[in-house]
Write a protein that binds this ligand. Structure first.
Ligand code: NAD
Ligand code: AKB
Length: 326
């Protein structure tokens, strides 16, 4: 008899987790997706468990309680925040991953998803059209933890046959929450400032081009990879993934088509050093070939949707000052 797919999402309150959990519930049913994070989510509709993934007993307890068959392990400390306390970042990012891999192996889980990042690359790689197998010499503790994580994912696959799948996400742009702790976060914040008619202070230089992706594309990519036949997965470290690429100056130009008076001040900080060592564009031909990846959103369409959704959000908030984020 076929097992019922039951999914545990770790880090479900975050920028990605909050949207991915809803997409998975739509696909597998509310009773078959267990959301979890360090703290409960206000008003969450569905099953939610508080899990600190550094505690392996707690991960095991929830996996056993719901007969979990797949884990999406999203919990991590991101690039900019990670530099504030490198040892804590290493500890959290690696311990949570090892706990997920060990519990998954011991409980014979069907599949595990572990997101990596463009942060695995550094100056040793060609930063234009960066190939999947480029040399990895990340300069942040976050990037080091993701590069190590990719290799551990492959190790568990080769040694134990655990079906771990991974994508190197670009910077994710979505309207559902305000990200924090990342180097690509400016590309979300800038839209919030534009629709509120506020000046935007950008922590990156205007010509810093980075790979970015719209939230709908990233959720679709994740689910498409996880649903691909195992025989199609030729990369067991992590897949490069491309959405689009742009600089702050290019987003500003696009926003000014709708808000001609939008003002920006450039005030680069330590995040500029991080961004300068990341790719500008990504070669994702392996993802295209293996599981048919094709992005749908470019800067123009992202700008249109972000502005429209955020305008609706702020209008709702003015009508009801107690309204929650979308
Ligand atoms: P986020 O910071 O918004 O969310 C991470 C969540 O993990 C938070 O809700 C946090 O409370 C939770 N968490 C942290 N420590 C935990 C622990 N010990 N146990 C349980 N939960 C814990 O991050 P995000 O942007 O949603 O990113 C999700 C994943 O995708 C991360 O692994 C990140 O590295 C990766 N990623 C994100 C981006 C991006 O642009 N957002 C890009 C590349 C990769
Ligand atoms: C960050 O900026 O840290 C993340 C990422 C690209 O991994 N958005």
């Amino acid at each position: 008899m076929e097992k019922t797919t039951t999914i545990l999402v770790i880090g479900a309150n975050g920028q990605l987790g909050s949207v991915l959990t809803e997409a998975l519930k739509g696909k597998y049913g509310v009773r078959h997706v267990i959301a979890s994070d360090l703290r409960a989510q206000d008003g969450y509709e569905g099953i939610f468990e508080i899990i600190d993934a550094t505690d392996i007993d707690r991960v095991q307890e929830v996996v056993a309680k719901y007969n979990i068959t797949q884990i999406y392990h999203l919990a991590a400390i991101l690039s900019a925040k990670g530099e504030k306390d490198p040892l804590v970042t290493w500890d959290v990012n690696m311990k949570t991953l090892f706990n997920v891999l060990e519990v998954s192996r011991k409980n014979n889980l069907d599949k595990v998803f572990f997101p990596s990042s463009i942060a695995v690359f550094g100056e040793g790689a060609s930063l234009v059209n960066t190939p999947n197998n480029a040399y990895l010499n990340p300069a942040t503790v976050y990037g080091i933890s993701k590069a190590a994580g990719e290799n551990w994912a492959q190790y568990y696959f080769l040694k134990y046959g655990l079906d771990v799948r991974s994508i190197r996400y670009p910077g994710v742009i979505g309207y559902q929450s305000i990200p924090s702790g990342g180097t690509t976060d400016y590309a979300v914040d800038i839209f919030h400032k534009a629709v509120q008619n506020q000046e935007f202070e950008c922590f990156l230089q205007e010509d810093t081009t980075l790979p970015m992706i719209f939230i709908d594309d990233v959720i679709r990519a994740t689910i498409e990879l996880m649903e691909a036949p195992a025989t199609d997965i030729s990369i067991r470290t992590s897949y490069n993934l491309s959405g689009t690429s742009f600089s702050p100056a290019e987003v500003v130009e696009e926003i000014r088509k709708l808000y001609p008076d939008f003002k920006v001040r450039y005030n680069p900080d330590f995040r500029q050093d991080i961004a300068s060592k990341w790719p500008k564009t990504i070669d994702d031909s392996n993802a295209c070939k293996d599981w048919g990846w094709k992005p749908k959103f470019d800067l123009q369409s992202i700008t249109k949707i972000m502005i429209q959704k955020l305008k609706e959000k702020y209008k709702k908030e003015i009508k009801n000052p107690n309204a929650l984020m979308l």
